[in-house]
Write a protein that binds this ligand. Structure first.
Ligand SMILES: Nc1ncnc2c1ncn2[C@@H]1O[C@H](COP(=O)(O)OP(=O)(O)OP(=O)(O)O)[C@@H](O)[C@H]1O
Ligand SMILES: [Mg+2]
Length: 201
């Protein structure tokens, strides 16, 4: 009998926060630890599937509903932006960890706060939900301050702050993990991905 895979899912009320960017790269980092599949559950935009066809990723990318190959140890789920609240609640039961990427600006912080205020009225398993600060300026401590403020408000926030690097955009264009992107800051960007991967698995 094969063990159930560890499932890491990304969601957000707001679109364009960095779900696909993190899903692809976390899946790539997890593939160093065990057989990993990435589910592209965003049928409309298909960022993860497109990423894989442009270049080379070390993970199998599946469409939602496709059979999961045997022996998969880690499953990463990239979802569409602006989902129904019930879909997010359901995700908190099907996934072991649900990550909500949020940039340290008031628009994204408010959208995430709104989501977290609404979730308790559903049957969501809030223990599994974590905010992850993304697209933080590499210089200064704006990202860390946002993380600490959200924690003070009683929310679960990952320790790792994902910094804003053009390397992430290059990786998307080139269809590779950020560590393999032709960009001078690819190592810095990858260090953030590894740190978050260790935290969530
Ligand atoms: N850490 C980062 N540094 C720099 N750019 C980033 C970072 N994370 C994401 N981006 C950029 O932000 C944009 C949106 O990212 P992405 O497509 O991952 O978001 P998304 O939440 O999946 O969007 P959607 O809701 O449309 O699915 C892309 O141009 C991506 O390259
Ligand atoms: Mg996306």
């Amino acid at each position: 009998m094969t063990a159930k895979p560890h499932v890491v899912a990304f969601t957000s009320l707001k679109g364009g926060v960095g779900k696909s960017t993190l899903a692809v790269n976390i899946a790539g980092a997890l593939s160093l630890k065990g057989k990993t599949a990435l589910i592209d559950a965003d049928a409309a935009i298909q960022t993860s599937s497109g990423w894989a066809t442009r270049g080379k990723l070390p993970v199998t990318v599946l469409k939602e509903g496709e059979a999961i190959p045997t022996g998969i140890r880690y499953l990463v789920v990239d979802t569409e932006g602006r989902p129904a609240l019930e879909d997010i609640a359901a995700l908190t039961h099907s996934a072991d960890v649900v990550l909500i990427p949020t940039a340290p600006n008031s628009v994204e912080v408010e959208a995430t706060a709104r989501l977290l205020q609404q979730l308790p009225a559903t049957n969501a398993n809030l223990d599994r939900v974590y905010i992850v600060i993304t697209k933080a300026q590499p210089v200064g401590t704006v990202g860390q301050s946002a993380r600490d403020e959200l924690r003070s408000a009683g929310l679960q926030v990952c320790e790792t702050v994902i910094r804003r690097y053009t390397a992430h955009e290059r990786a998307h264009e080139q269809g590779v993990l950020v560590k393999d992107a032709a960009d001078p800051r690819s190592e810095n960007a990858w260090a953030d991905v590894l740190s978050l991967t260790l935290e969530v698995c």
